[in-house]
Design a protein around this ligand. Sequence first.
Ligand SMILES: Cc1ncc(COP(=O)(O)O)c(C=O)c1O
Length: 398
Amino acid sequence: MAGAELIGKEELKEIEVLFKTGIFARYSLDKERQGIWKVRDFEKAFTRYFGSKYALGVTSGSAALVIALTALDVGPGDEVICPAFTFMATYEAVLEVGAMPVMADIDDTLNLDPDDIENKITPRTKAIIPVHMCGAPARMDKIMKVAKKHKLLVLEDNAQACGASIKGKYTGTFGQMGIFSFDHYKTITTGEGGMILTDDLNLYHRAEWYHDHGHDHLSTVHRAFDGRTILGINYRMNEIQGGIGIAQLKKLNRVLAAQRKNKAAIEAFLAPIPGLKFRAVPDPAGDSATHLAFNLPTEKKAKAFQKALADGGIGTTIFKENFWHYVPNWEHFLAKSTAQTKSPFTDPRNRKVTYSRKSIPKAEDLLGRTLVMGVNVKMTAAQLKAIKKGIEKAAAVL
Ligand SMILES: Cc1ncc(COP(=O)(O)O)c(C=O)c1O
């Protein structure tokens, strides 16, 4: 639950001032806002924290994906390689820009398998979206090498791993663009919201213009006088989200430290269990530790252990059975059931792509015997003790 656990007076203080000016919009109204620019300040703080040149606050992580894909000029006829294990938004965003998502396998990090990317490349492949699931990074060094070799763009879906890193470099800053989500469940939250990071001024401009009807935001008088070169739409973040984001970002280090500490404690309870293996993390020090994932030798054992843990009050997820995060379980996606009758699935410019379980053998194996547990920021010694007891009791079924 992360940042949502820490919502308090700091967030309130950041937004209280907006009720004095009455300006909740991020652009223009220079005189009325009395020098208060919350979204702009949130973006600046974000670039400083992550060491990126440009940041753009937007309405959600999903919107951030759509805007980034648009800025990268991904569209009909293009294919984008995405991991089989991700939240649906990754695939929806690719479809939203008219392109086709191509499903690739995962590796023992539970993220995109660099070794499977080449199997899924076609002459239409334009981009790769590695997704840093459940708080921990994909093998970005290898993924970037494959992308470079095949001249593919990389957009990191970092919705779930804000603050994760590999050897000091933050996830979301490896590819041409990276996106973050600030929905209620994310590492830091603004209720709803998202951020795009890039070091490329041209991509930043394209994203920034597109997310606000093409406005170039250069007018010093009023936005009605802004210039424009491309069409866009409205994905603007508002000042309340910006203010809450500023306060939440200041708490990110505290969130990460607490999660890492609690995760390490639970890991120690699980470590003695014979046959239990923890998820591989490219740089353990950079795990944002929102979740703890481990696998058992067989699906049968994983299910038995899951049930025994649940009996002790410890909830876990087996993502192979999950409704929203595993492509083979998305019956409406597989049925190509879109809101409009014409869609990227029926567009003659696109190839007919298939999504068979046989093409993702590692995901089929690993996700069926992996248990994932959420790690909270606030966990008392008594709660950790109860988890220890629950784990020790459940281990008897193995
Ligand atoms: C991997 C991933 N990508 C994208 C999103 C979309 O973010 P949002 O909920 O802010 O639209 C999510 C949200 O759960 C996610 O988990």
